[in-house]
Design a binder for this molecule. Structure first.
Ligand code: MSP
Length: 531
């Protein structure tokens, strides 16, 4: 079976703390892209999930006086609730404690071990008891001491397993240099090449002895160790996509056909985990496991949402809760803001007053009111029936059609190029043109003059037809509202694949539905919230 689906997957989220707006952004971004491709008529598989193992989780659970498993299950439920609330339509869900995931990780480790790619070595060095990790000379202060953050630092030696990363660095450099579109945005490739140069000669420690960390996947070739972070977490992208599904004995387990999905068309991750984790460790893991150059994934690396230029963090207490925001500004209001106010690949500043303002202006006023007044006028003047074939045309009509046609071209170019904010700008240009068209054509005046009947029909038709296009373009971004919009236009069944949208979707005699506000006035406890 050959690759036939668009495969999109995101970072799996740590389950040591509740989700914040950054997590929400990444998932909405992936969901919009997945929905876009589905609406274009492609087969899509969208995988996401949670990262449940590791030292931080073990420590947090211990501090809370609980075992790691109930702790991660509680946090996992918060993520699952959020994805439901945000209308994230994923096809596959993976938790790193899933048996099938562990099986694939162990199989991969065993094969690499058998192949001589993983070896055991004793590391002697300085160890921070407080941070539970080795420190190097690079961590020393200018006076040669280790800073306070490291607490007590002792001489320590430990046997661990190492992955022969350095054997593949040459291949990776060559692959990146001769391949154009592995990483979006392109400027990030330089970061990877620089990091590769700095990592020369270093192998990757992939184990922790169980007396230090036992909340992880046991090494298949040494029961005294668990595998540490990346071999576990990164492998989700293939274990959740059905890689080596023949290894599983559970008859109820439904996994996708890996060959239809792989390689990933969009690995959606934040900029913090590109280097070294994804661009170096993951690519080399795949290469070492026998994946060819044609089977390497493509990365979509997004920027971060900050608060007044600063990183969100628990210590500064500036964490933004997406659940509250979705309740306050609606799911689609939040989805729209998260796609509208950031350029893919760049950072943005989260600003609740902009979210509120954009909801009111660009959604309620520009889209919602256009729909409302079009349906109202069509209802009042024509019983809601669209007359497409009036024979009447003028420059005003032609310019609205031209705006729709130009958006159809630009929208796809931007969507395919991950420039989602730019695709939204194109759609906004059309709603702006349609609102101006309504003002200029003034159907309320035409309705008073019987000699203008054909012209009035053509104006109402142009408005309704434009709205069907707008609803179709915005549907990946705001599935709930646009579904309602198409229902009110009674046009859901008339919309073809997104790529096939052409002027003339509404047939002559089409019956429109009744208006119902799409973006109701916000019920804010405090009208100045976030301002
Ligand atoms: N569990 C690891 C990823 C393993 S992937 C095999 C992890 N988890 S995380 O919960 O810390 O982050 C999950 C994703 O959210 C990452 O892609 C990260 O970049 C993204 N974000 C975390 N904070 C963010 C913002 N403030 N803004 C945007 N995205 C951010 O890393």
């Amino acid at each position: 079976m050959a690759k036939s689906a668009y495969y999109i997957t995101t970072a799996i989220d740590y389950t040591n703390a509740a989700p914040h707006i950054g997590h929400a952004y990444e998932k909405v971004l992936a969901d919009v892209i997945a929905r876009y491709h589905r609406h274009c008529g492609r087969e899509v598989f969208f995988l996401t999930g949670v990262d449940q193992h590791g030292q931080k989780v073990q420590q947090t659970a211990a501090r809370q006086g609980t075992e790691p498993l109930p702790h991660v299950k509680r946090i996992t439920a918060l993520f699952l609730d959020l994805w439901k609330q945000l209308d994230i339509a994923y096809d596959g869900w993976i938790e790193t404690t899933d048996e099938h995931h562990k099986t694939v990780v162990r199989d991969l480790l065993q094969r690499l071990h058998d192949d001589g790619q993983i070896y055991k070595k004793c590391h002697r060095g300085h160890y921070s008891v407080r941070q539970e990790q080795f420190v190097t000379d690079r961590d020393r202060e200018t006076d040669g001491s280790f800073g306070e953050q490291w607490g007590e630092v002792v001489e320590f030696e430990e046997d661990n397993y190492y992955f022969r990363l350095s054997d593949h660095v040459e291949w990776l450099r060559d692959y990146l240099e001769r391949t154009g579109d592995v990483i979006f945005p392109g400027f990030r490739k330089a970061d990877v090449l620089n990091a590769l140069a700095a990592s020369e000669g270093t192998d990757l420690c992939i184990s922790r002895p169980k007396d230090r960390l036992d909340w992880g996947i046991e090494l298949p070739f040494d029961p005294d160790y668990v595998t540490f972070v990346w071999f576990d977490a990164l492998t989700n992208y293939i274990s959740g996509a059905g890689y080596r599904r023949e290894l599983h004995t559970d008859a109820d387990l439904k996994l996708p056909d890996f060959d239809r999905l792989w390689p990933a068309d969009a690995h959606v991750i934040g900029k913090d985990i590109l280097v070294p984790a994804h661009a170096i460790y993951w690519m080399i893991m795949l290469h070492a496991a026998g994946f060819t150059d044609q089977q390497m994934p493509k990365f979509l690396v997004h920027g971060w949402w900050n608060i007044r230029g600063e990183k969100m963090s628990k210590t500064t207490g500036n964490i933004v809760d997406p659940v509250q925001l979705a309740q306050r500004y609606t799911t689609d209001g939040l989805r729209y803001y998260l796609m509208r106010d950031i350029v893919s690949g760049r950072d943005a500043d989260f600003d609740e007053s902009r979210l509120s303002m954009l909801y009111q202006t660009e959604l309620a006023n520009e889209v919602g009111n256009l729909l409302n007044r079009t349906l109202n006028m069509a209802g009042r003047y024509r019983g809601g029936v669209v007359t497409a074939a009036t024979g009447f045309d003028d420059d005003l009509n032609a310019s609205l059609r031209a705006a729709v046609e130009s958006c159809q071209r630009a929208y796809h170019a931007h969507m395919e190029g991950h420039e989602l904010h730019a695709a939204l700008e194109q759609v906004r240009a059309v709603t702006g043109a349609a609102n101006r068209f309504a003002e200029q054509a003034a159907p309320w005046k035409l309705a008073k003059d019987d000699t203008q009947a054909a012209r009035l029909d053509s104006v109402l038709h142009h408005l309704a037809e434009t709205l069907v296009h707008v609803a179709a373009w915005l549907q990946p971004f705001m599935p709930g509202s646009c579904g309602r919009m198409l229902d009110q236009l009674n046009a859901a069944a008339l919309v073809p694949g997104l790529r096939d949208l052409v002027w003339g979707l509404l047939p002559d005699g089409h019956q429109l539905g009744k208006p119902d506000p799409l973006f109701p006035r916000l019920q804010l406890e405090d009208e100045s919230a976030g301002a």
